[in-house]
Each structure stands twice: as structure tokens, then as C-alpha cells.
Design a protein around this ligand. Structure first.
Ligand SMILES: *Cc1c(COP(=O)(O)O)cnc(C)c1O
Length: 343
């Protein structure tokens, strides 16, 4: 039996609307659904967001754009952050995926059609350096890009002086391009201030219920089925490496779910929940299994909850020494995915 991953599409749409009202009415709110909608399923999330009113989507690879186009049909715009890489041409044109051109090389490789251009405002990851922008200004203007964009490195830290430095750098670069829409902010930047919004925003994690959007509705629930329950005596070890030994007689449940399913092995101090009662995960996380001390439960239910309103994606991330983004995108292929519908 597989664990059950419940994805609340209504909550995703509500989160998109909640982010949308943070910017002025004339600012468009797009949706980033790269990496299979942060692991939750672009084929389901895309159509739900489309129905909620999203008309501009972003993916990270041409191949993701193809899958998304097949899911949402013709009409809405799909931009591809990685732009135009060797071999992408046919997929991009056949499925109307718009490349975000990131370099002089990509601009020179681009033949015709709609495009966007990315400027590097200081993150030094993707996009053209200010010097290249100045040198290529005529060619860039001739492309008549639908969007000129850049990306913030430290938007989740509102006090970081990098934010203002990048804003200043971006403003100086776009000054040379009065026409065409500008886009600067992902979830973190949207929350900074309206100065960072420009014409089109690009929220991702906030849609999926993650920080830094503290007001997000939770989107995922994960319930792991119990395979076996046993009693252990004081002094008996549990799991690989004998890392846990019963300090007193205990009841141990073995549940289906492990690091092959994205439950990070180095996580420390997390729980599985039975009707609000927190049962500590003990011993090592193995590939397919977790062991849980369920001594506090009168009866052991068929499933124990790993992700819920108490132990959210970000709580689990903190206990695993990572970020919610990584927890979401690590959710494995062995879950039975159940979608709660709605717009
Ligand atoms: C991933 C990404 C986003 C979305 O970021 P979130 O922090 O998830 O909102 C926006 N823009 C670019 C360029 C990205 O790579």
C-alpha cells in the first residue's frame, strides 16, 4: 500500500489570489510551476491556476514547458527561465514556450518570435551583465521582448542590503528599454514592497504554502500507512545502526515511507501524528521505512501523518536542516497523489 499525498488545489489557488492582492491592480501575477510545480504535479496545478485566472506561467526547462502546454492548452503564456539551449528550438516553437534569453550567445542563437530577456542585477546566476546589456542594447530593443526580468538573491531577508542594490542595478539597466513589461520579484520580492513589483510578478513557493509567505494556506498532507506494530522491552534497539534503544518498554510502529520518498535521512526530532498526538520518529530513517514510538496511543490508526497543519513543510525542513522548497521537490514518486479540486 502506498502512502497518500493530498494536494489541495483550492489552497494553491487561494494562495495565488492572496499574493495577487498584494500588488497593485495593474500588476500581473504570474505563477512559477517549474520542477513539476515544486513536486506537486504541473499537470494538475497548471489547469487549476489557469481556471483561477493565471495567464502567465514560468518553467525552468523547455521540456517542462511542453508538458505544461499539453496540460493547459493554447493561449496562456509559458516562459522558460533557462531560455534557449542547444536542441530546445523545436520544442519551444512547436509548443509556444517563450525563451528567457540569458546571454549574448542565447540572443545570437535566437531566430524569431516572442522572447523575454533576463538581466543580471547582481546574483550572478542567470542573465546578462550590465556591460553586455549596454553593448547589446540595439539588438535587445530590436527583439521587442515581451518581458525584461531579473531575480533577487536575498529577498527572503528583507533587511539585506542586496535587495536595494539589485533594485538599483535593475532600474539602471531597464532605463534603456522604455517599452515592454518588466518583472523582478518572486515570492520574497513581492513581500518586500511595491517598489519591487514592476509589471509582472513570479511567485512560486508562496503558491505551494511555503515560507517566506507566512500567510499561505497549507497545501500538502502526507499520510503514511502503518505496516506493523510491535512491543519492545527496555534495552532493545530499533533500526539500522542501533541508534535508538528503548529506555522503557515501548510500542513501535513501522510505517511505509523513507528516504527514497523524500523523507530526508538526516532529519532529527520529527514526529508522525495520530489525531493530533505527536509520536516521535525513532532510529534511522531507512529507504522505505520509518519507525515511530506510538506508546502514547491507545489504538494505532491505519495511517500516521507526516505533513499536516502542525508539522508543515517548513517545520519538517527546519528539522532536516533545509528549506521548504527542497522538502516539496523531494516528495517521491511512490505516493498515491490525491488532488482536492477547486479554483
Ligand atoms: C524559482 C524562481 C521563481 C519563483 O521563486 P519563489 O521563491 O519560489 O517564489 C521566480 N523567478 C525565478 C527566476 C526563479 O528561478
Amino acid at each position: 500500500m502506498q502512502a497518500e499525498l493530498t494536494v489541495d488545489l483550492t489552497a494553491i489557488c487561494d494562495n495565488w489570489r492572496a499574493i495577487d492582492v498584494l500588488s497593485a491592480p495593474d500588476v500581473e501575477t504570474g505563477a512559477v510551476i517549474k520542477a513539476d510545480a515544486y513536486g506537486l504535479g504541473a499537470g494538475k496545478v497548471g489547469p487549476a491556476l489557469l481556471a483561477a485566472g493565471v495567464t502567465t506561467f514560468f518553467v525552468a526547462q523547455a521540456e517542462e514547458g511542453v508538458i505544461l502546454r499539453q496540460a493547459i492548452g493554447a493561449g496562456p503564456r509559458i516562459f522558460n527561465f533557462s531560455g534557449l539551449m542547444a536542441g530546445d528550438e523545436q520544442a519551444l516553437s512547436e509548443y509556444q514556450v517563450i525563451p528567457v534569453l540569458n546571454s549574448i550567445e542565447q540572443i545570437e542563437a535566437f531566430k524569431s518570435g516572442p522572447c523575454a530577456v533576463q538581466f543580471d542585477s547582481g546574483m550572478n546566476r542567470l542573465g546578462m551583465e550590465p556591460m553586455d546589456v549596454a553593448r547589446m542594447a540595439v539588438q535587445i530593443a530590436k527583439l521587442n521582448p515581451e518581458l525584461i526580468m531579473s531575480h533577487l538573491a536575498c529577498a527572503d531577508a528583507p533587511e539585506h542590503n542586496m535587495n536595494m542594490a539589485q533594485l538599483t542595478a535593475f532600474a539602471a539597466m531597464i532605463d534603456q528599454f522604455p517599452t515592454g513589461k518588466k518583472s523582478f520579484s518572486a515570492t520574497g520580492g513581492i513581500l518586500l514592497s511595491k517598489d519591487y513589483h514592476f509589471d509582472l510578478t513570479r511567485p512560486g513557493i508562496g503558491l505551494y504554502g511555503g515560507l517566506p509567505f507566512v500567510d499561505a494556506k497549507p497545501v500538502v498532507r502526507l499520510d503514511l500507512p502503518v505496516i506493523q506494530v510491535r512491543d519492545v522491552f527496555e534495552g532493545e534497539p530499533v533500526g539500522y545502526g542501533n541508534t535508538w534503544t528503548a529506555g522503557k518498554a515501548s510500542k513501535i510502529a513501522t510505517v511505509s515511507g523513507g528516504y527514497a520518498d523524500g523523507i530526508i535521512r538526516s532529519s532529527a526530532g520529527f514526529h508522525l501524528y495520530a489525531d493530533g498526538i505527536a509520536c516521535p520518529v525513532i532510529g534511522r530513517v531507512s529507504m522505505d521505512l520509518l519507525t515511530v514510538d506510538v506508546s502514547a496511543l491507545k489504538t494505532v490508526p491505519t495511517h500516521l501523518s507526516l505533513l499536516n497543519d502542525v508539522q508543515t513543510v517548513d517545520v519538517l525542513a527546519e528539522l532536516a536542516g533545509t528549506i521548504g522548497y527542497e522538502i516539496l521537490t523531494s516528495l517521491g514518486g511512490r505516493y498515491n497523489r490525491v488532488y482536492v479540486n477547486g479554483t
